[in-house]
Design a protein around this ligand. Structure first.
Ligand code: 13P
Length: 282
């Protein structure tokens, strides 16, 4: 059951009409919290880390920890490199045994994005890993360092892109953005349903933090089968620790450790319910 290919997880999500949560982790505590939520709710999940975060959590250290957690889990877990931008990093993730990688060429001209994505699809064939790519531009940036303008996906470009590259899943932009939303997000469900009609592969929603439960449900009932959550997990772990200090409950490091796990656990568990993935591990 444990370490799975992301293609298989998303295929089952398509058949069962739910979405798989793809949770960003920064350390062992978050890995433990997310896995605990998945095992308790019997949800398949994806553990991911973005290339831009590797300056804090080096891939050669956190990668094997993510893979070890997946291998010993009692539910299916895929291990994914999020927003890969360099072929070196993507190659390293594949060599470590990641079962999925994303190439993010959303900022590149269309033809260059196609060409680079095809290179990554070829690289991934050596291990059988799944490949995600992005068309259109999700707003913000994974670590908040740049404020990338959101550009909605053109449904026709999405069809051409997925046919020409052979990706296993496709991230699209429908008004979603990374990080906390400044205003209430207004997702373009008209674009989503048109992309879903034209594109055969499962769709991916980035920028999950701050999207309402109703919108999440509408997304996964209309083609979105992988939903990325990052900021909400980091914030939940940090908040738990802060509250612990405020209440005078933190007496030493392991009280911090326990609260970080709890924050990641509670946040992941809540999302698994909204994504309808609960009980889908069997
Ligand atoms: P949030 O940080 O908004 O949850 O976005 C996560 C994400 O899309 C990671 O790729």
């Amino acid at each position: 059951m444990p370490l799975c290919n992301m293609k298989d997880l998303l295929k089952k999500a398509e058949e069962g009409n739910y979405a798989v949560g793809s949770f960003s982790v920064a350390n062992m505590e978050m890995i433990l919290g997310v896995i605990k939520a998945a095992e308790e709710t019997r949800s398949p999940i994806i553990l991911q880390i973005a290339e831009v975060r590797l300056n804090h959590s080096p891939l050669h250290i956190i990668g094997p920890a993510m893979l070890a957690a997946a291998k010993s889990a009692t539910v299916p877990v895929a291990v994914h490199l999020d927003h890969g931008t360099s072929l070196e990093c993507i190659g390293q993730a594949l060599r470590l045994g990641f079962t999925s990688v994303m190439f993010d060429g959303s900022h590149l001209p269309f033809e260059k994005n196609v060409e680079m994505t095809k290179t990554v699809v070829e690289m991934a064939k050596s291990t059988g890993a799944a490949v995600e790519a992005e068309i259109g531009c999700v707003g913000g940036s994974e670590d908040g360092s740049v404020d990338i303008a959101m550009r909605c996906t053109s449904p026709e470009q999405a069809r051409l892109f997925s046919e020409r590259t052979g990706v296993d899943c496709l991230a699209i932009a429908i008004g979603n953005a990374h990080g906390f939303y400044k205003d209430e997000p207004e997702l373009r469900f008209d674009i989503l349903s048109e992309v879903d009609r034209l594109v055969d592969v499962p769709l991916v929603l980035h920028g999950g933090t701050g999207i309402s439960d109703e919108d999440f449900i509408r997304c996964h009932q209309n083609g979105i089968k992988k939903i990325n959550i990052a900021t909400a997990t980091f914030a939940a772990s940090e908040r738990k620790v802060r509250e612990g200090y405020e209440k005078g409950e933190i007496k030493g490091y392991y009280d911090v450790h326990t609260r970080e796990i709890e924050g990641a656990y509670e946040n992941a568990k809540k999302h698994m319910g909204i994504f309808y993935s609960v009980g889908k591990a069997e």
